[in-house]
Design a protein around this ligand. Structure first.
Ligand code: SDX
Length: 426
């Protein structure tokens, strides 16, 4: 196979290098295109554009394959923990026992935010969306813990631990503030997920009894969300990081991008959709028809990369079957979701467009069962995705071709014209 692609433009032939990845993905390297030809490329939604080389996550969208650092997501979901997966995603290898213990202890030691920051919560409206609070508070961390320009390895590791740990603390505190309860501080005695659930649901007058099935479900949710290559929020993180902005601002930008309902905001929209169908008495089949006619969007369906069943959705659906079979946990919305899936998976509209359930279709049912408020569903996504954002930022800042990201455009505005005095304007 040739290692170049030939481009014929205006009678001239150009050889463009071909890049081949470790999973045989191929790219045409256009680094010199504008310099050599004067042309740029256009790619709406960047669906055909590789922004970087990365060794963090591999997705085969046609086959529904997802691996973090080469490990299949199914194995990590079944055998790993979120802290171990976070270490793997960020540092590239499964930690040895001593490394895991050291990382876990560092996360615990880094779980407090500056006490003065707790007063910020009083400044937000009671009904402020927690994603707005999270993005603000994460960016504000830079004012209390300024990140120096040149980071030593230890400084970088501390920043990584701060963010993975404090995103969780800020999220739980924002919930407590929203319900008028005193914040619950992180406990050195609890593991990552139990610590989060305790900060969310325990109070001075009510102990929170951890349900191992809920802990396992939330743990798996976070593992599944840990990274997903160059998705919208991760690409935002890389873009903002490329300007050498501090890491807190970088992660805050990822939170902002994730909030949109085409991206991480979809998990909250799915539950709203399922409960609307439940309460309106509309038949799932009627809703699917409305989605086909563009009157509705089947939230949690479709994906820019997966043209097969999202492997994360399969795992989350399995968890729903187990969790929602527990006494008192049944949820008619799960039956509605499964009926929507069954109908869509037989309908040419969805099959022809390769529209399958994505990570958000079943995830909200698990968070709902864990009593997580709906407006915090995307916050949980952000907690899970923080290791991935940090891994991608770290990979980019350590790479030898680390440059400012600055795309070009094709101008379609007015040609040159000259200033008109007010009296001459028609
Ligand atoms: C995440 O990128 C990632 O990796 C993201 C993510 C991650 O882990 O980071 O996986 C997390 O964001 C998952 C996606 C969550 N979003 C949703 O569930 C929102 C609903 N889905 C759609 O809005 C849509 O599928 C997108 C945004 C996810 C993908 O959109 P694309 O790739 O731009 O595709 P498109 O909008 O151009 O749709 C192609 C066709 C269109 O029909 P035609 O114009 O060809 O007739 O499919 C239709 C769309 O109308 N379509 C849908 C649909 N999604 C696409 N029709 C009905 N319901 C849907 N959900």
């Amino acid at each position: 196979m040739t290692d170049t692609a030939k481009l014929i433009l205006e009678g001239k032939t150009y050889d463009l290098p071909i890049v081949v990845g470790t999973e045989n993905e191929k790219a045409i390297d256009i680094t010199r295109l504008r310099q050599d030809t004067g042309f740029v490329t256009m790619d709406s939604g960047l669906a055909n554009t590789g922004s970087c080389k990365s060794g963090v996550t591999f997705i085969d969208g046609e086959k529904g394959i997802l691996r973090f650092r080469g490990y299949p997501i199914e194995e990590l979901a079944a055998k790993s923990t979120f802290v171990e997966t976070a270490y793997l995603v960020v540092y590239g290898e499964l930690p040895k026992a001593t490394q895991l213990k050291k990382f876990s202890n560092l996360l615990n030691a880094s779980s407090l935010i500056h006490e003065d920051m707790t007063h910020f919560f009083f400044g937000f409206p009671r009904d402020a969306h927690p994603m707005g609070i999270l993005s603000t508070m994460v960016a504000s961390l830079s004012t209390f813990y300024p990140a120096p320009e040149d980071l030593t390895e230890d400084m970088e590791n501390q920043l990584v631990a701060n963010l993975i740990s404090q995103v969780r603390t800020i999220s739980a505190m924002s919930y407590k503030k929203s319900i008028g309860e005193p914040v619950v501080y992180p406990s050195i005695k609890l593991k990552y997920v139990e610590n989060f659930l305790n900060m969310m649901f325990s109070s001075p007058v009510k102990d929170y009894v951890q349900d191992p099935d809920i802990v396992h479900a939330v743990e798996t949710f976070l593992i599944l969300h840990a990274d997903h290559e160059q998705n919208c929020s991760t690409s935002t993180v890389r873009m903002v990081g490329s300007s050498l902005a501090n890491i807190y601002s970088v992660v805050s930008s990822g939170v902002c991008a994730l909030w949109g309902r085409r991206h991480g905001g979809a998990n909250q929209e799915v539950i709203t959709m399922l409960e609307h169908i439940r309460d309106s008495g509309a038949k799932p089949a009627e809703f699917v028809e409305r989605a086909k006619n563009r009157a509705e969007r089947l939230m949690g369906f479709g994906h820019r990369v997966y043209k097969a069943y999202d492997p994360r959705a399969k795992i989350l659906k399995e968890i729903c079957h187990k969790l929602l079979a527990k006494p008192g946990m049944t949820d008619p919305c799960f039956d509605i979701a499964m009926e929507l899936e069954a109908i869509a998976m037989k309908d040419p509209y969805f099959l022809e467009r390769n529209l399958y359930p994505n990570v958000d279709f079943y995830s909200g049912l698990i968070l709902k069962a864990a009593a997580i408020p709906y407006d915090m569903f995307t916050v949980l996504f952000a907690i899970g995705r923080t290791p991935g954002w940090l891994a991608q930022w770290r990979e980019m800042t350590h790479s030898e071709d680390f440059r400012l990201a600055r795309p070009r455009q094709i101008y379609t505005g007015p040609n040159e014209r000259h200033y008109l005095d007010m009296k001459d304007r028609k």
